[in-house]
Design a protein around this ligand. Structure first.
Ligand code: NAP
Length: 241
């Protein structure tokens, strides 16, 4: 039994650890992050080369099934995997961690809409956590931004007034509270990543009454089979071997 496990998340690493060594798991990372946390078992790093490259790779490697445990916003990889697995008749599962409840957040559909909402509400000191590619949409918004990302955003794409903090979760509630206070943040802009590792910023924002603008998740491809937990994904794989 050979599984391609599309990763880049803590759930993917947990699943690899759970299946190894009974199942041959080949974990795949995009290669965006220097010094990534590596799962146990085989690992390949880098894009496949689109749908054609992925199809070729799956056939060459004689993969029996694909588990997509990428981040909920990795929509391109998820679309490619769903399309190729359907075409090849390969068993395919998406491990989609549960969303956070939106609560009082202003929910928007894109980074561009989040930028418009930030400007329209007149927020002046914004904690922007949508990642290196999300920050570009805010380039022309007249506010000060604390931009937190794992890898450095391109400087020419950033709003004029900003500070970049490079870091990787997990984050602690007390630290998030202190950060929001220190920078006198009046709005948090975030994805709905779900999970516990980056959740404390939302709890800290709620405690301080700070507005939240939440970029909603991209939809999953039609008809994909999904589970919400590592345990369910492990059961699905076990059921196929
Ligand atoms: P994306 O926009 O969906 O993917 C863009 C391209 O990157 C894909 O077409 C594919 O290239 C390559 N790629 C993405 N994930 C890959 C994987 N696991 N293995 C091999 N190639 C991969 O993805 P993204 O949003 O940039 O995310 C990239 C990676 O970072 C993912 O593994 C994801 O789990 C992780 N991540 C993303 C976020 C986020 O907010 N988006 C947050 C945390 C972690 P080819 O077309 O050449 O195959």
């Amino acid at each position: 039994m050979r599984i391609l496990l599309l990763g880049g998340t803590s759930e993917a690493r947990s699943l690899a650890a759970r299946l190894h060594p009974g199942v041959t798991v080949i974990s795949s990372l995009a290669g965006r992050v220097p010094d990534p946390a590596l799962p146990v078992g085989q690992v390949r790093i880098g894009g496949f080369g689109g749908v054609d490259g992925l199809r070729r790779w799956l056939l060459d490697e004689r993969v029996d099934a694909v588990v997509d445990a990428t981040h909920p916003y990795a929509a391109t990889m998820t679309a490619h995997a769903a399309a190729v697995c359907t075409e090849l008749g390969l068993p395919h599962l998406v491990l989609a961690r549960p969303s956070w409840p939106a609560g009082d957040a202003i929910v928007v559909r894109s980074d561009v809409e989040a930028a418009k909402t930030t400007a329209a509400n007149g927020f002046t000191r914004v904690f922007l956590t949508t990642g290196r590619s999300g920050a570009a949409a805010f380039k022309d918004v007249d506010a000060w931004f604390l931009i937190r990302a794992v890898t450095p955003p391109d400087a020419e794409d950033l709003p004029a007034r900003h500070q970049v903090v490079l870091s990787r979760g997990p984050y602690r509630y007390d630290d998030e509270l202190a950060l929001l206070r220190e920078h006198r943040i009046d709005a948090l802009v975030t994805k709905n990543s779900g999970g516990a590792m980056t959740r404390p910023k939302l709890d800290a924002a709620a405690e301080l009454g700070i507005a939240v603008v939440m970029v909603d998740r991209p939809p999953l491809p039609d008809g994909v089979r999904t589970v919400a937990s590592v345990g369910e994904a492990a059961d699905w794989v076990s059921g196929r071997s």
